[in-house]
Write a protein that binds this ligand. Sequence first.
Ligand code: DGY
Length: 331
Amino acid sequence: MNQRPAILIARAVFPEVVARLREHFEVETNEQDAPFTPAQLIERLQGKVGVMTTGSERIDAALLAACPQLRVAANIAVGYNNFDVPAMTAAGVLATNTPDVLTETTADFGFALLMATARRICESEHFLRAGQWNRWALDMFAGAEVHGSTLGILGMGRIGQAIARRGAHGFGMNVIYHNRSRLDTGSEAACRARYVSKAELLQQADHLVLVVPYSAESHHTIGAAELAQMKPTATLVNIARGGIVDDAALAVALREKRIAAAGLDVFEGEPKVHPDLLTVPNVVLTPHIASATLPTRLAMANLAADNLIAYLGTGQALTPLNPSVQAGQGR
Ligand code: DGY
């Protein structure tokens, strides 16, 4: 009997997904769920043709050179800044991600974080838990209006559009957006969103939600200069990636009340968080959980598994990032 292909699941995933993969492959898992160092990952990948990754595993030229049998890396995430896709394409290694299955869940969370930030939910809960609530006051934790306000969205892909629909149709918000390319008129109408320049977006938004992918070009898209253009009453929400916001500059802007508040699900250098963000009261901090519902995380893991099964079985993945590799350029 032919030896079955060997794969590595780099982080702990749901048992039912591991069981599905075991029907097709020799599977090595990481039950401890401790992220591998780059050297450990290379060691574990010896003899493996496939790997299931999360954002904590980097697939770059050095790893590809050290793992000549690797043919496919399936990320359990829609974002893939942990992949050097050009290096993977050059090496003939297929990259896949998990679009669509997390869109609505992530948009729900973006909206939840916006609401918690604008309406000061966490700050007021801490106050109550600390036993500081001894009288009601008219202006106590008075926050920013959400309904009828101006929602700005930077990055109008699938998740940006899902947030726009919630704002426009659910909360009667005036939705403006900026994106590398403008949406077609049908998509703009569905989101009731108006395209503006980045400067207009910064200046006009009451609530600015960031949903742009991370790359060298989007590094510190929001820094001190951009924060200075925002309204002093504005809130900023980052559910995209750490590094899109200059966290040190944001902490200063929050402390000096140059903007009202921020809601952050992602951080530069996470899981570390800039210490100054931990001491300012007007920020809501969550540990990169925007897509974290059990059904969605299961759907993401299953899609990554489907990509491994399909590509290693038929040569055609479901959601390839570098499809030229499928057209005969692969290892
Ligand atoms: C994604 O899918 O990109 C989420 O941020 C989880 O990593």
